[in-house]
Design a protein around this ligand. Sequence first.
Ligand code: 2P0
Length: 309
Amino acid sequence: MGQTVKVRSPINIALIKYWGKADEKNVLPTTTSLSLTLSDLWTETTISPNERTIFTLNNQPMNADEIQRLNPVLSHFSNTPFSIQTFNNFPTAAGLASSASGVAALTVALDRFFKTGFSFDQLVDITRVGSGSAVRSLVDGFALWHQEGHVSSLPNPFPDWRMLIVVVSKEKKAISSRDAMKITQKTAPSYPSWIQQSDVDLKEMLRAIQEKDPHAVGQIMERNSEALHAVMKDSQPSIIYQQATSLAILAFVKSLRKTIPFLYTTMDAGPNVKILVQAQDVEHVQRLLEQTFSCTVMVSRIGGKADEI
Ligand code: 2P0
């Protein structure tokens, strides 16, 4: 410990979703998930020596609940006091995976600050208990978070891809992913078949990546997202993150495909819609979405991982 360290972690968007834990204590998922990081949407965490430990998020002191949630990560490091300043360059807690990039940045920053010498697999184990999907921000390319807990990656053969994020709402979500996935697992009659279909989707996705078939990747991503929202809806009570505007955007994107064939959507635990698009079409699609829905559309390049800057 000693010098100030600054770490930036990109968010990640799952193409094959994670939704449920086989082992809650060790945060082992019921399915293997696969994602890409977005290099232009990130969390930056700065750790400096300090007389007492303080936490800020976007320049505001973090509340006790938020700090408590970081305990499973913090407990692996020295309790020598330090200050942690965290900044997100995107709306926090709006289905944009802020916990994933936040926890990935925190783990890597603590590791560098205290010069722990943890191996990559040890960092994955520590990160995972802070937030399962955070482990997918620790690697570049297509990140695979395996059912057994470890992480691997595949090179991304599609350098001209971009991701658009249509911000339908910046509100904090009504129910956390952590609680919502528990409800789905316990109550959705279709949860076992969701697991089976996820396995099929993963196998086909890996083949599509290997064969460098962008449309197959997009189609599997879209159907995997639709299945996630269907199994959420099947929970009792129903979990619905999609808003009327989200559904209208999904339909609009489908209709745009007649003229721009490479456009595929995915959604997470929030109302915002993510669209996979080719770089050459970004400006046109962004303008159409902004004009039609009067909402902000963020654009990101793809790639990157949590690392010191
Ligand atoms: C995903 N989500 O694969 C899925 C799709 C949201 C929808 O991973 O309980 O914040 O900390 O492991 O990682 C969000 O869940 O949950 C998530 P915990 P996490 O991206």
